[in-house]
Ligand binder design. Structure first.
Ligand SMILES: [Zn+2]
Length: 416
């Protein structure tokens, strides 16, 4: 197999996309949550049309759809590549000023716009494998937005290459760019019928070479406590304080396990995300995360038993526990179509990397897409330290992602 010779546009595209502010807003009820995400959507649809994808368009909900027509006569599955256009509400994405460290010599990277912001090798060990590469960072005052504009730039570069090389055989390829992934609403208004894909891949992973086919399963829990109010001057033997009951519940959560700050790898957690209260009533919000259904149920049972236990000391108070389903581990769906993972691992190998199959301690657009009927694991985009001012990515990793996308399209055709 001869290596692909791609005249890359990925860096210039990336630099063009990251300066467009596309921060999403969890407090907004609209879709997209912020109109400005459509600024990037319009640019992308225009660029896709300019390279010859006639059906490229931005819809009213802020989604970009396009098709790269097949160059093969075989019946090849329709594969979709997907990235999200928004950036995290956790860190400013306005006036992003990307910087490039060419031929990274090793060592810590001090960001020039705020020298207190330092990407230290000690805290970012992935830097150690980037010696000699070109690294893009911010100036230290905003996030970079490699999450997930790197994925967008990579898909765009791969699309341009495939259009310019009709001799490369592949089936129909769909491109999907979504808004509002960072606020968990990235696939709320996606039209899978219109998309018409058999399999999908989000290009939104971290380290080069990684393929993630497993995500957390996720539920939300709320505990609404009703205490007994009384005038504080005349409360002896009467008052049962809802805030104190809530505090008692939080106090009894496991200290050394089961929390985000004490777990990694395959261990899940039970994590309080909100507390509000007054004398008469209080509300605790939790998220529950695990890779298995059983693990979720165990944690939900644990919280329920803690609540019951605390309430024994407050016999006239009560609590209502509600569990809401958020998303499920995509592995259950992806495993039904083993070729999705096999082909992606082979594409990563052909791109010159060592493929690593792994899991994500979180969810992706792909977790929900998988359960909506589009099995959709996650391929690396090369993003590091996302949602922070220390976010960085290397140009070489972005180029490897482009090669992976192109090879993946070719492999589906070869195997058809
Ligand atoms: Zn992302």
């Amino acid at each position: 197999m001869t290596p692909l010779s791609i005249n890359h546009t990925v860096l210039e595209r990336f630099l063009r996309y990251v300066v467009i502010d596309t921060q999403s807003d969890p407090g907004s009820p609209t879709c997209p949550s912020t109109e400005k995400q459509k600024d990037l959507g319009r640019l992308l649809a225009g660029e896709l049309q300019a390279v010859g994808l006639a059906d490229a368009h931005l819809d009213e909900h802020g989604y970009v759809y396009a098709t790269i027509p097949a160059t093969s006569d075989k019946m090849v599955p329709v594969v979709c590549f997907c990235s999200h256009m928004d950036t995290s509400p956790d860190c400013s994405g306005k006036n992003v000023k990307p910087q490039i460290v060419r031929g990274y010599p090793g060592g810590d990277i001090v960001l020039p716009g705020d020298t207190s912001q330092v990407i230290r090798v000690r805290e970012h060990p992935a830097l150690a494998s980037q010696i000699g590469n070109d690294i893009v960072t911010t100036d230290g005052t905003t996030l970079l937005g490699a999450d997930n504009k790197a994925g967008i730039a990579e898909i765009m570069d791969a699309a341009q290459f495939l259009i310019e090389h009709p001799e490369i055989k592949h089936g129909p390829i769909k491109i999907l760019f979504t808004p509002d992934e960072e606020i968990g609403r990235g696939v709320d208004k996606v039209d899978l019928k219109k998309l018409g894909a058999d399999f999908g891949y989000t290009i939104d992973g971290e380290t080069a070479g990684q393929l993630e086919d497993e995500t957390f399963s996720a539920d939300a829990m709320t505990v609404t406590i009703t205490g007994v109010a009384a005038h504080p001057g005349f409360a002896k033997g009467k008052m049962e304080h809802a805030i104190k009951i809530a505090a008692g519940i939080v106090e009894r959560l496991p200290k050394d396990t089961c929390s985000p700050e004490t777990t990694e790898g395959r261990d899940g957690f039970l994590h309080p995300t909100g507390i509000t209260g007054s004398l008469e009533s209080a509300k605790l919000s939790f998220i529950v995360r695990d890779f298995t259904e059983e693990g979720l149920k165990d944690k939900e049972a644990l919280l329920t038993s803690i609540v019951e236990d605390v309430l024994r000391e407050f016999p006239r108070s009560s609590a209502k526990i509600e569990i809401g389903r958020q998303y499920r581990n995509m592995k259950e769906i992806v495993d039904r179509h083993p070729q999705i993972v096999v082909n992606a691992m082979e594409a990563i190998r052909r791109a010159g990397l060592t493929p690593v199959r792994t899991s994500i301690r979180g969810g992706t657009d792909g977790s929900r897409l998988s359960f909506m009927g589009l099995p959709c694991p996650n391929i690396f985009a090369g993003e590091h330290a996302f949602h922070s001012r220390l976010e960085w990515i290397s140009v070489q990793d972005m180029e490897a992602a482009v090669r992976t996308i192109v090879h993946l399209a070719m492999i589906f055709e070869e195997n058809a």
